[in-house]
Design a protein around this ligand. Structure first.
Ligand code: FAQ
Length: 319
């Protein structure tokens, strides 16, 4: 039956049945308005995170310790920009324009990941970001490869492949430093100390506090809960830290034989809320950098539009 002739309840039931049957929802399919809005929120926040996420690493481009490290870091940062672009494009299929999404970011209405509001104080932070932040992003995004919305799931497959390279390059920096001089080992440990807890916050609040999880899991936008993904990340990362000879800054971290998982200490949720609400160490600086970049690029966008219009006019004239 044509979607137009169906009652809203029947449309919703057919939609849920499709999701339950693991069929993908595509842009032209009927979808509940709240599903569309939830995806726009999550995908645009995800895109903003990728783009703002270029800034902490960008800080070290001019100070990378060798030409090779500089070239690798440049390529990684460009990948993150590319991820933002796939995600903005995927979100546009839901009927929001890129300009609207930028406006939401620049006005402070849209969120982006808390992790990018922390400063990068030493070269070891670049290793820690690749190892931990990209590592956490992969754990979260592998689950999103099976998201019910087709364009988001497909974007995630490519993004995960690139994040996997990013994670390895970060781990390799940490390995080099952990096997280096005493000062280098101390820098690596200091970076782990500062990035560990903020990385755990990337997975969002506890399941019981998570406003959107229930509905998003039912719609198979999210396939695993915030706490399950956080645990998965910790279980995978602790042996990696041991291999580096570094200590994770959590006295409560301990393997629990019965659960088959690591137990760990409580996250400072006060700090999380404060960073979400714009009061992290770098929130203002990050947002200002994005606003300035957007304003600074205005002439390029205008010139590109003028060029396209001129080309089109010439084509019409010639015809
Ligand atoms: N930061 O009900 P929930 C990367 C907000 S990409 C800020 O649990 P949900 C690549 C949440 O938005 C990293 N806000 O929400 C890279 C919601 O607020 P709202 C980004 C957070 O959506 C690496 C409220 O709290 N990845 O790293 C955070 O079901 C290196 C309630 O929370 C993604 O965005 C947070 N950490 O679950 C780039 C992945 N956590 O909108 C450069 C896609 C929660 O009601 C360098 N997103 N909030 O005002 C997701 O998987 C989900 O959106 C979650 C949150 C899991 C983040």
């Amino acid at each position: 039956m044509d979607a137009i002739n169906k009652e809203p309840e029947a449309l919703e039931a057919a939609f849920q049945a499709k999701v339950d049957a693991e069929q993908r929802i595509e842009p032209k399919d009927w979808m509940p308005e709240k599903y569309r809005q939830t995806l726009i929120r999550q995908m645009s926040q995800h895109a903003h995170s990728e783009v703002v996420g270029m800034l902490p690493e960008g800080n070290w481009l001019t100070r990378a310790p060798s030409l090779k490290r500089k070239a690798i870091l440049m390529a990684k940062i460009q990948d993150e920009g590319g991820h933002g672009l796939y995600l903005y494009s995927a979100a546009e299929t839901l009927g929001i324009s890129r300009d609207e999404m930028f406006e939401q970011l620049h006005s402070g209405k849209a969120k982006y990941s808390t992790i990018f509001n922390y400063p990068t104080l030493s070269w070891a932070d670049i290793g820690a970001i690749g190892w931990l932040v990209d590592g956490a992003a992969i754990v979260n995004q592998i689950a999103l490869c099976r998201c019910s919305y087709g364009p988001y799931a497909r974007a995630m497959i490519r993004i995960c492949k690139e994040e996997s390279f990013h994670q390895r390059q970060g781990y390799e920096i940490m390995m080099t430093m952990a096997q280096g001089t005493k000062e280098q080992r101390e820098m690596a440990q200091d970076a782990l100390n500062r990035w560990w807890w903020p990385t755990l916050m990337m997975f969002g609040p506890h399941d019981r506090e998570s406003a959107h999880s229930g509905q998003s899991m039912k719609w198979k936008i999210k396939r695993q809960s915030n706490d399950d993904l956080r645990q998965k990340f910790i279980d995978a990362t602790v042996p990696q830290a041991e291999f580096l000879g570094l200590r994770i800054p959590d006295d409560k971290l301990k393997w629990n034989e019965e659960r088959g998982h690591y137990d760990f200490g409580e996250i400072d949720w006060e700090e999380f809320r404060s960073v979400v609400n714009g009061n992290g160490l770098c929130n203002r600086e990050r947002l200002q950098a994005r606003v300035d970049a957007h304003d600074g690029g205005r002439w390029v966008r205008e010139a590109a539009l003028a060029h396209a219009a001129k080309k089109e006019a010439r084509k019409v004239e010639a015809a």
